[in-house]
Ligand binder design. Structure first.
Ligand code: X5A
Ligand code: ZN
Length: 924
């Protein structure tokens, strides 16, 4: 019965293709250290968002490179802290090429190379400058102002001064507002907000959306008798009029504008307008569904036309479809840019048209018209009983990917609470806590500029609880835990799939989802729908006996909400043989001084650093291993060198053991403070890193596995079963963490999406049989066969959408460097020689390890951190491109960049086959 999401008539009509955002949009999101796609070069100034010039970090006596002899200055010195300048992750400790060497002219270069190199550099620079200048013209300068603080709360008792004169039990009643206010006072939220004075909307403001005739008609109701009011009301659908209705509707609209203006000016971070009558059913010339004026639509137009915003997102989670808002914007004639600038998203009860307002326009096939195509997104529910899981799924799968792509500058929420459990109209099962989560998810958008305007909500209990939860999120409180099923019900899945199928054509961020997943299992869906009547059965979590009810800790107030732990002594761990080793002491000193410069450090509560104790280390490591590391204290350099080289990519000095104990101890200190409720969350600025460390072996610059220790320690301290999630967003696979926990169902779930070729043999693609939430979706293809990965569309997916068994290849993640400009691809041998042995020892010194192969002559040589033979080879031969056997990345010496291009595929395919025994996943 479920059709494979046919495009609606609308869609087939005169719709343009995907919405195209101005280039500047992408520029705006770039920040120093976050993007590899803009690489700062020595002496070069890079402009980022807001026109701020990002200079190399200011000289700081203890922050100079250990060997300040590079000429030109080390790329490393110009990079933000923590950003390694080249292929120098643990995966690629090899031929970091020119950076960091004194760059003597190579003795025998092929004659064309210097010239090609010069031209390549010039072309690159030219291109980047052009792009940057282009971007600068549209930069949103407001975004660079200091982050605004304060949550606005607007309310006026005056708004309770109207009611239905002829129906005492009419659901839209004054008690809605008074009970919300009482609840917010009780919960201590009012005193934490900044009061915003309610005001009347001017006539001019009302006319941004409504016609003069309609405004005049509404104004005339202020002097009408009850009989006339009733007669007039009856000519509309579901409205009543009171002599104060007009006044209050204007007050409600003006109050939303007051909050919006304070948020847009930066006076407040976000806000909530407690208003009635509601607004989202009101149309240009019509009142409807308890609504007179469409406050949110007026505010969106106001933001665009009088405050100069280009993109406003309206999220309507009222259980009714905001058809008024849709009609106002679906074919917005006031489009002044290439694209419509108001995106309307509504999730609502539809019941295949049986639910009010009974319009086919409320279905997901309505996508907007003309210029507005794709900018109306409807998600209709066809059954009552939708739960938190359904709403959260709707946000994660549909709204957020589009919203991240749209990049709104303001989010307006038509915040009805009639989908809350117990509401007589909605018949849904959304918990009050869920509104905190929905609000929280939106705070990631528009720099946090989120304004909620009250719409429906007719069960006074769930209404007040819901408003309180949402306001808590605006104030920065942690979201209360959710109970109930984790997976969306079949009917919700069906609705979401259909909407995804329709909107994937407009929004590239939706295109990775295989929406036919459900339609191929129509019978299953029908069965499930029949069996459960749409109310989903509870889902089994992986370890049922270990599910304590987690009471939310009392919310912390700033400034003591975030802990920070750091100890200078961690810098005493260093590589005495290579001062340019990427895992160097400045990583933490610079991180800390940057936190100070930004004023973030003083907003944190400093937590006491400490050493991890022996019993603590034994939570994850073997006694033999701990003893072996302890024994390195006081060793002579030669012995230290030997001690380090028994592991993969590890160095040690006399202070390494202590530094590693400190790194782990600092993380434990952070855990202590969080579990004790002293802080809400915490940051540990520590080194050496930990996630590669195995129970009985150091690995990849890591000695003790600080995060794994912290997880076990948290369990121990809590004294009860505690569910711990470890998120590892390091570019490399956290082999150590995985090995420590993979057979321990009680402890932790490592949640790692990528199959990483480094360290060798540690990656496997995880199936996820335990997570019902993921079973509903197929993600056939996160990696693109095209050499250029479009990060802007991939990011939201990676950030917010659980991606299940799919994995992202390292190729895709590295392919963020501009690719077209490498002038040396022609030097790559088109076909690797048969019989190439990628695991071969270095042809110069015979050492084994993560060696590299020259892509021109296919010599296998060792890395910079072993004997540097590949570097020497590059200098001597002029062969510019090498392939890492560790992670199959290709590095160009002259571009100082990872290069990916179809030309390199034959070599990568062969290397992958030899290394993993299967095909390069991006090609499958
Ligand atoms: C704002 C709102 C509901 C109208 C229901 C009409 N309106 N039957 O919730
Ligand atoms: Zn409603």
């Amino acid at each position: 019965m479920v059709s494979p999401t046919p495009p609606s008539a609308h869609v087939q009509g005169n719709c343009v293709a995907q919405p195209r955002l101005p280039r500047a949009v992408r520029m705006v999101s770039l920040r120093a250290g976050q993007s590899d796609s803009i690489r700062q070069r020595p002496g070069e100034t890079i402009f980022l968002k807001g026109g701020e010039q990002v200079k190399p970090f200011p000289p700081h006596p203890d922050l100079q490179p250990l060997t300040p002899t590079c000429n030109p200055p080390c790329l490393a010195a110009a990079m933000p802290p923590g950003v390694s300048p080249g292929p120098e992750g643990p995966s690629a400790p090899a031929p970091s090429g020119r950076a960091g060497r004194r760059a003597p002219p190579p003795p025998r270069r092929s004659p064309g190379l210097p010239e090609a190199k010069r031209r390549g550099r010039a072309r690159r620079l030219h291109q980047e400058v052009a792009e940057l200048q282009d971007g600068l013209q549209h930069l949103d300068l407001a975004a660079e102002k200091p982050v605004p603080s304060g949550t606005g709360l607007a309310y006026d008792k005056e708004l309770t001064s109207f009611h239905c004169l002829w129906d005492k039990s009419f659901p839209e009643c004054p008690a809605r507002l008074t009970s919300i206010w009482t609840k917010l006072v009780e919960d201590g939220l009012v005193e934490r907000c900044v009061p915003v004075q309610a005001r009347l909307a001017t006539e001019e403001e009302i006319l941004l959306v409504h016609s003069p005739q309609f405004l005049a008609l509404m104004a005339s109701t202020a002097d009408m008798e009850e009989g006339k009011l009733r007669a007039l009301s009856d000519t509309y659908d579901s409205v009543y009029l009171h002599p104060n209705s007009y006044h209050c509707a204007r007050l409600a609209a003006g109050t939303v504008l007051a909050v919006v203006d304070k948020v847009l000016s930066g006076e407040l971070r976000n806000g909530l307008a407690l208003i009635r009558p509601p607004g989202h059913h009101a149309q240009r010339e019509r009142m409807e569904g308890y609504c007179l004026f469409n406050h949110v639509a007026i505010a969106a137009r106001h933001a665009r036309e009088r405050r100069g915003l280009q993109r406003v997102l309206i999220v309507d989670w009222d259980v009714h479809h905001g058809q008024g808002t849709q009609f106002i914007f679906e074919d917005d004639p006031r489009v002044s840019y290439n694209t419509p600038s108001v995106l309307y998203f509504s999730v609502h009860r539809y019941d295949n048209g049986a639910f009010w307002p009974h319009l086919p326009d409320s279905d997901s096939s309505a996508v907007g018209r003309g210029q507005g195509c794709g900018f109306t997104i409807n998600l209709p529910w066809n059954q009552p009983g939708m739960t938190d899981a359904d709403y959260i799924s709707a946000f994660l799968q549909l709204l957020l990917p589009v919203a991240f792509e749209f990049q709104p500058q303001l989010v307006l929420v038509a915040a009805g609470f009639d989908a809350a459990i117990g509401d007589p109209k909605g018949q849904m099962l959304v918990s009050p806590a869920c509104f905190a989560h929905l609000t929280h998810m939106l705070l990631a958008l528009a720099g946090g500029k989120v304004v909620l305007a009250l719409e429906g909500g007719y069960n006074l209990h769930s209404l007040t609880e819901g408003v309180s939860a949402a306001l808590g999120s605006l104030l920065g409180d942690p979201c209360p835990p959710l109970a109930g099923p984790a997976a969306p019900c079949p009917s919700a899945l069906q609705s979401i799939s259909k909407a995804l199928g329709i909107h994937a054509q407009f929004w590239p961020s939706l295109q990775h989802v295989e929406v036919s997943a459900l339609s191929t299992e129509d019978e299953g869906v029908e069965e499930a729908l029949g069996e459960t009547g749409g109310v989903p059965s509870p889902v089994e979590l992986p370890c049922p006996e270990a599910l304590p009810s987690l009471e939310a800790p009392p919310p912390r107030r700033p400034p003591a909400c975030t802990g920070l732990v750091y100890d200078e002594r961690m810098t005493q761990h260093y590589n005495m043989w290579d001062s340019q080793h990427p895992e160097r002491p400045q990583r933490v000193t610079r991180a800390l001084s940057r936190l100070q410069e930004l004023g973030l450090e003083r907003r944190c509560l400093r937590l006491p650093p400490r050493l991890a104790t022996e019993p603590e280390l034994l939570l994850c490591h073997s006694p033999e291993y701990v003893a072996r590391l302890r024994a390195t204290v006081g060793l002579r350099p030669r012995e230290l060198h030997r001690a380090g080289s028994r592991y993969n990519s590890v160095y040690m000095c006399g202070e390494s053991f202590e530094a590693a104990c400190l790194a782990a101890g600092c993380v434990l200190s952070a855990v202590d403070a969080v579990l004790a409720g002293q802080v809400q969350n915490a940051v540990a600025v520590v080194r050496p890193p930990g996630h590669h460390a195995e129970p009985d072996a150091a690995c990849g610059f890591c000695l003790f596995n600080s995060v794994a220790l912290a997880a076990r320690y948290a369990q121990q301290v809590a004294g009860r079963p505690l569910r711990v999630l470890i998120l590892d967003w390091d570019i490399h696979h956290g082999n150590g963490i995985q090995h420590i926990f993979e057979e321990d169902p009680r402890v932790a779930t490592t949640w790692q999406q990528q199959q990483s070729p480094w360290p060798r043999a540690s990656g496997h693609c995880w199936e996820t049989p335990h997570w019902p939430h993921l079973q509903s979706w197929h993600y056939p293809c996160l990696h693109t066969p095209s050499p250029v990965l479009s990060m802007p569309s991939a990011w939201p997916a990676l950030c917010t959408v659980p991606t299940g068994p799919a994995f992202v290849s390292m190729d895709a993640l590295y392919a963020v460097t501009p690719l077209s400009w490498c002038p040396h691809l022609s030097s790559v041998a088109p076909v690797p020689p048969a019989g190439l042995d990628i695991l071969a020892p270095c042809q110069k010194c015979g050492c084994q390890g993560e060696n590299w192969v020259c892509l021109t002559c296919y010599q296998v040589l060792c890395s910079r951190y072993v004997a540097g033979h590949m570097v020497a080879h590059g200098d001597a031969s002029g062969h510019p491109m090498v392939l890492s056997f560790a992670d199959l990345s290709a590095w160009c010496y002259d571009c100082e960049a990872y290069i990916h291009h179809p030309t390199l595929l034959p070599a990568k395919i062969l290397a992958h086959r030899l290394k993993f025994g299967n095909e390069l996943p991006a090609l499958l």
